[in-house]
Design a protein around this ligand. Structure first.
Ligand SMILES: CC(C)(COP(=O)(O)OP(=O)(O)OC[C@H]1O[C@@H](n2cnc3c(N)ncnc32)[C@H](O)[C@@H]1OP(=O)(O)O)[C@@H](O)C(=O)NCCC(=O)NCCS
Length: 148
């Protein structure tokens, strides 16, 4: 079946998906990449959180991706991206719903996301899908890398 008429399917992200997923993230405004997004780190996250990170594919064509994991207490979802031509048809919602199902099955009761303050569309998506901004919290970060 030609990719453009194949149905969209969501499946677990595999290590082999990395190059395509990275290319999608790189061309998606609203997704910020940094230390922790190299192949080794992403593959380590996939191994620690089996089945939680997902890709959406139409045939063989990657149309969406999301990273998901947990530390045993809280879930986190990062780098949700859907290609522009497939937006507005529920792919983002389906990816996140599947992440949340996986977290629930792992016994996790809450999930955090971080969205850039200037990403109005991203924020609109999260609000429309049931997420609440915690105005009493501020994200803080410290690098503990031994190299840049
Ligand atoms: C955010 C993103 C993943 C949404 O994907 P999508 O497949 O278009 O989202 P969906 O079609 O599942 O939308 C789900 C709901 O969010 C709402 N929504 C999605 N994008 C929206 C937008 N730009 N403005 C307002 N509402 C929006 C939809 O109206 C929909 O609600 P409805 O079902 O009640 O109509 C996609 O726009 C994207 O890749 N953006 C760039 C990357 C990004 O910002 N990611 C978030 C990083 S934190």
């Amino acid at each position: 079946m030609a990719d453009d008429v194949a149905p969209i399917r969501i499946r677990p992200m595999a290590a082999d998906d990395y190059d395509g997923v990275l290319a999608l993230w790189r061309r998606t405004p609203g997704v910020g990449l940094g230390v922790g997004d190299e192949r080794e780190a992403v593959v380590a996250s996939l191994e620690r959180n089996p089945g939680l990170s997902l890709v959406a594919v139409r045939g063989e064509t990657l149309v969406g991706a999301v990273l998901c994991g947990h530390d045993g207490r809280r879930g986190s979802i990062n780098h949700l991206a859907v290609v522009p031509q497939e937006r507005g048809h529920g792919v983002g919602r389906d990816l996140v719903d599947r992440c949340l199902e996986g977290l629930r099955a792992a016994g996790i009761g809450k999930c955090n996301i971080v969205v850039f303050g200037d990403n109005a569309e991203g924020q609109a998506f999260w609000r429309a899908t049931g997420w609440t901004a915690r105005d009493d919290l501020q994200v803080m970060q410290r690098s503990i890398a031994t190299r840049d």
